[in-house]
Design a protein around this ligand. Structure first.
Ligand SMILES: Cc1cc2nc3c(=O)[nH]c(=O)nc-3n(C[C@H](O)[C@H](O)[C@H](O)COP(=O)(O)OP(=O)(O)OC[C@H]3O[C@@H](n4cnc5c(N)ncnc54)[C@H](O)[C@@H]3O)c2cc1C
Length: 508
């Protein structure tokens, strides 16, 4: 395939930055990145508040599946990162249970532990509400079949509703893969009866985090590499897909041969596309489901009382589903590592789970007290409060999602519009920073080098007239739950990075 002449990239989040970086690496200079935000990074951006605390848009942990992503991180960050052990917990029944919850039910009160075990045995003997995971038609039934009544009542059902802001009956089971820790009955019995811990964290579960500037620092560093090819503070308001022209809110227009869009797919189709769009495509886009989120950062003038990374909260005594000790990720997330610590609290919202944004800070602080994270007295030491809300936080893998995507994505492709990224592709299972950055990279590899994209689950077959046509199907590789075959390692000569240890390396 000959190199496309002019590529316009909408969105300077990880997807757009990955694409732009790869274009630059391949020596292709005829492209432009446009973002409506005045900053780079999209949902992976970070912010420093006036009190000197740094905040992410929700706790971001980097678990890369890709050697390419790792190499870009090493090139841009050098040795300026910390290496942290993952340590996560669940708050339930007034106590802390190591995550994964289902592997550690021995930490529950006896009655609840019994309920969980007996439900698990029943479910996995085919005597539960849903006879088998294969028979499940949605995520709720999948959970019933895998975990049984007890675990579902105590954790899976309430926790998932808190995260997704949609009932698990609305969600499919196809995205689950590596995103939900499943368990077999023998392992559960062994852990309870032999009193074994099954934490799922340790040396193999380490994650890197930028030493300074939060998650967003990595993405900020794409800025100097891309230079004036990035235009910030400009919104794409119209795309004429017949003329292949993008119009921006400053009145300017630009032609493209190929357009990479990381704009939420429903907004792209509903509000931005101009020209005839088939009604089945519009209908499919309108059927996509998402949640929004409130991120509340609480900075406290006290030494950090814990080595934990993040914690899950399934119960209704607090609004948030997850809280991160963000100050444990790097010594530079607060004004002084020895005197301050920070908690980042995430609450989801949707039409089915309304949240009063004007009260979320107050409700979050109340929830922190109710769930035992801070004491009432400690509230006097809160020196910083940060609130950031996003309309699009989680792309919900709804039951009809894949059918909808198979209507929308190929049609857009036929117009030279490649919708990629967390909300561009709407596939939660491949919507982390590594996946999305690689969606951008892989698209460029396809357009310029003719290589197939593997992350998104779309393969391209050359049609008789020579155009690439998309066939949507479940990805056989990364992110769909199947083990990713290890790609060939290409060694790029560079100085070996020296990890900087986190000041409070959690116990392994
Ligand atoms: C609460 C939360 C927790 C997360 N935790 C993790 C984690 O632990 N680990 C991890 O790896 N990932 C995590 N992620 C995911 C990570 O943030 C995403 O993978 C990544 O940001 C997606 O990149 P993107 O480029 O696809 O989309 P985005 O980051 O959303 O970027 C899209 C960009 O498009 C721009 N845009 C939108 N409309 C227009 C328009 N009309 N014109 C111009 N520009 C426009 C936006 O301003 C935005 O900058 C988390 C996300 C959230 C919300």
């Amino acid at each position: 395939m000959s190199a496309p002449e002019n590529i316009v990239i909408l969105g300077a989040g990880p997807t757009g930055l990955g694409a732009a970086y790869r274009l630059t690496e391949l020596g292709h200079t005829n492209f432009r990145v446009i973002d409506r935000n005045p900053y780079i990074g999209g949902l992976a951006a970070s912010f420093r508040d006036p009190q000197g605390f740094t905040w992410d848009i929700g706790g971001h942990v980097m678990f890369s599946h890709y050697d390419y992503y790792d190499r870009v991180f090493d090139r841009l960050m050098g040795d300026e990162y910390t290496l942290n052990n993952r340590e996560s917990w669940v708050r339930i029944c007034g106590r802390w249970i190591p995550y994964p919850f289902q592997n550690n039910i021995r930490y529950l009160p006896r009655q609840e532990a019994y309920e969980c075990l007996s439900g698990l045995v029943k479910a996995q003997s085919g005597l539960g509400r849903t006879p088998s995971p294969a028979a499940a038609t949605n995520f709720a039934e999948f959970n019933d079949a895998v975990f049984g009544d007890g675990i579902c009542r105590l954790f899976m059902r309430p926790y998932n509703f808190k995260v997704w802001a949609h009932p698990p009956e609305m969600m499919s089971k196809t995205w689950v893969g590596e995103r939900v820790a499943v368990i077999d009955v023998d392992r559960a019995l062994r852990n309870v009866i032999l009193e074994q811990d099954d934490f799922g964290w340790g040396p193999n579960n380490r994650f890197k985090f930028p030493l300074r500037g939060g998650t967003g620092e990595f993405y900020r560093r794409f800025g100097p590499v891309l230079g004036d090819r990035v235009t910030l503070g400009r919104t794409a308001i119209a795309i004429d897909h017949e003329a292949r022209v993008v119009a921006l809110d400053d009145g300017s227009e630009g032609r493209y041969d190929h357009l990479l869009s990381a704009i939420p797919l429903d907004i792209l189709v509903r509000d931005v596309l101009r020209g005839p769009v088939p009604s089945h495509v519009r209908g499919a886009a309108a059927s996509l489901v998402h949640s929004g989120g409130h991120m509340v950062g609480i900075g406290i003038r006290r030494p950090c009382p814990s080595t934990r990374c993040w914690m899950y909260f399934p119960e209704d005594n607090c609004p948030f589903y997850r809280v991160t000790y963000l100050s444990n990720y790097s010594p530079h997330m607060t004004p002084d590592r020895d005197r301050y610590y920070s908690l980042l609290c995430e609450t989801s919202t949707s039409g089915l789970k309304p949240v009063d944004g004007s009260r979320i800070v107050e409700d979050t602080v109340r929830g922190l007290i109710a769930s035992g994270l801070i004491t009432r007295e400690e509230t006097a030491d809160i020196v910083s409060v940060w609130h950031h809300s996003v309309d699009y936080s989680y792309p919900v893998p709804s039951v009809g999602r894949d059918a909808a995507l198979s209507e929308i994505i190929p049609w857009l492709e036929s117009r030279g519009i490649h919708s990629r990224g967390r909300f561009g592709m709407w596939k939660y299972e491949v919507a982390n920073t590594d996946h999305t950055l690689m969606q951008g990279v892989e698209l460029v590899n396809r357009l310029l080098l003719g290589e197939p994209e593997t992350t998104i689950g779309v393969t391209y077959e050359i049609a008789v007239d020579g155009r690439g046509e998309a066939v949507h199907h479940r990805a056989p590789v990364a992110g769909s739950g199947e083990k990713r075959p290890r790609p060939e390692v290409v060694v790029i000569p560079q100085a070996a990075p020296t990890p900087v240890s986190s000041p409070r390396t959690p116990h392994a």
